[in-house]
Write a protein that binds this ligand. Structure first.
Ligand SMILES: Cc1ncc(COP(=O)(O)O)c(C=O)c1O
Length: 379
């Protein structure tokens, strides 16, 4: 396949020095993001303080994210991490009644499981859906979610092996039982098409450090329009108020829409970076990116198998996003060895994750697999 993103690859200077295949953890830095961060610093250096401009940038980032997932900007709250987003949602729910069950999965990122487990003190009962080999079969959801389930929490794409779930079908199953659906899209946003309306998602959270090409410290929470106003998160702060600048300490009102889920001062410099990086994704188009990444997945799977490596990701491309996980028992050591060779990949437990973005080539993916196949025996 001819490489379709030659012009855009130039945005990422690090690719002249390194093979960076770590988008499941941290994507490559673009000149646009670097310049956006410098622009924020300039405001501090030369203007001193410019709240209106800073807030405009955070709003711009929100707008780009809203478009990326087909939401309206009023349905987006800005927070600092995906864990914060989950906590914010959790504290808006009441577990004191009969419908007090949270269904989540063993494929969720641990932090999300921890947030749900913490709700046990508030009356919640937690039910974990296991994985079967590298996937979660749809019927596990119909077998587990029931009339006691208040919320079902799923990862769109697994951080471990890139397994991609059929969110639309899961939404159907859980909504039939009257449960809300929370989707952690940190491993999909920016590389997989998301349409919260078509998928019928109630809550969705995603940070910017991974496939959204930004930096840590900022995350977005989507809350379905008609739902937001029924909920009052207990994790809160002045930015969740109708008018944050009213400075009325004795009056707890909740802003319209998803903004009621915000807490304190938004992450400003991160907002600058996010406006630049998510704006770039919107210009390029996630559908084009997703199609190209599917091609890289087929290259990664075929070449890893040819080299005798064990692929821990689903082999069916319809069930897989960009991350191809290769079984390496001592993965952290392998990550360090590849880093020495200028190849940046990411270890988790017993796998090395090869997680390309649109700026990576087939040759880079194959070079990483060659390096894994050349690892000393016993690793
Ligand atoms: C799928 C997924 N969810 C959540 C997280 C944690 O996000 P945060 O640190 O923003 O809470 C990660 C981090 O790797 C992740 O991969």
């Amino acid at each position: 396949m001819t490489f379709p993103f030659a012009k855009e690859r130039e945005y990422f200077p690090i690719l002249n020095e390194k093979i960076q295949l770590s988008s499941c953890s941290q994507s490559a830095l673009s000149r646009q993001v670097e310049e956006a961060i410098a622009a924020y610093m300039e405001t501090l250096r030369h203007t001193g303080m410019d709240w209106n401009l800073w807030m405009d940038k955070v709003e711009e980032a929100k707008g780009h994210f809203a478009r990326l997932i087909n939401a309206s900007v009023e349905e987006i709250a800005v927070l600092s991490s995906v864990s914060d987003c989950a906590s914010s949602v959790a504290t808006a729910l009441d577990f004191s009644g009969k419908r007090n069950q949270i269904v989540t999965t063993e494929m969720d990122f641990p932090s999300i499981g921890h947030v749900w487990l913490a709700q046990q003190k508030r009356g919640a009962h937690i039910q974990f859906i296991p994985a079967a080999e590298s996937v979660i079969p749809l019927e596990y959801y119909s077998q587990t979610v029931n009339e006691q389930t208040l919320i079902t929490s799923i990862p769109h794409v697994s951080y471990y092996n890139g397994f991609k779930q059929d969110v639309r079908q899961i939404a159907k199953i859980v909504h039939e039982k009257g449960s809300y659906l929370f989707v952690d899209a940190y491993q999909s946003a920016g590389s997989v098409k998301i349409d919260v309306k078509e998928m019928d998602i109630d809550f969705l959270a995603a940070g910017v450090q991974k496939y959204m090409l930004g930096i840590p410290g900022i995350a977005f929470l989507y809350v379905k329009g008609e739902l937001a106003e029924k909920l009052e998160p207990v994790v809160t702060g002045w930015f969740g108020r109708v008018n944050p600048f009213a400075f009325d300490i004795k009056h707890l009102d909740y802003a319209k829409g998803a903004r009621r889920f915000e807490t304190g001062t938004p992450p400003m410099v991160n907002g600058y970076a996010a406006a630049a990086s998510i704006g770039m994704l919107g210009d390029i188009g996630v559908q084009r990116i997703e199609a190209y990444l599917q091609n890289l997945s087929s290259v990664a799977i075929a070449y890893a198998e040819e080299k005798g490596l064990r692929v821990m990701s689903p082999l069916d491309l319809n069930q897989k996003a960009a991350n191809t996980a290769i079984y390496i028992p001592q993965a952290s050591k392998a990550e360090a060895i590849l880093k020495e060779k200028g190849i940046i990949v990411s270890a988790r437990n017993d796998v090395i994750r090869i997680a390309p973005h649109f700026y990576n080539t087939e040759q880079e993916v194959m070079a990483a697999i060659d390096a894994l196949a050349d690892l000393p025996a016993g690793l």
